[in-house]
Write a protein of this length. Structure first.
Length: 143
């Protein structure tokens, strides 16, 4: 029983330690992430940034003073851009996705754009969630 308890405590401390986000400065972000922020959010300032470096995976999260939340992978490529009070800059939305949303949801704004290996997930201001492939082909509404 003591072994099990000791092992459980060791495992819990390891998981807690690996899940800690470390605050970082703008210059500690990968160059690709810095360029992305300067290009698409030139009027905003960074409020807070963290790095979560786990074994085999590093993630960066940035909060801007305009309410935008950005997530980057270890190489500095963006994974998520979200802003619930405004919208995602049109400069990062693929043209096919932008055209689909404009045509089918003319009164909605894109407030969240996520990109992964296989698709884009789009959240609109009316809370509808859409899925697109990497070529901007509409796949469906996410339930």
């Amino acid at each position: 029983m003591k072994r099990f308890l000791a092992l459980s405590l060791l495992l819990a401390s390891f998981l807690t330690a690996s899940a800690d986000d470390k605050p970082i400065g703008f210059n500690e972000l990968p160059a690709t992430a810095q360029t992305f922020i300067k290009t698409h959010f030139s009027n905003a300032r960074m409020s807070h940034a963290t790095v979560d470096a786990e074994i085999g995976d590093t993630d960066y999260e940035v909060l801007l003073d305009n309410g935008t939340k950005l997530e980057f992978n270890g190489s500095g490529e963006w994974r998520e851009v979200a802003n619930k009070t405004s919208q995602v800059p049109s400069s990062i939305v693929p043209k096919g996705i932008s055209a689909y949303v404009s045509q089918n949801y003319p009164d909605a704004r894109i407030v969240k754009l996520e990109r992964n290996t296989f698709r884009y997930d789009v959240t609109l201001s009316n809370h509808i969630e859409l899925e697109f492939d990497l070529n901007s082909k509409f796949l469906g509404i996410d339930d």
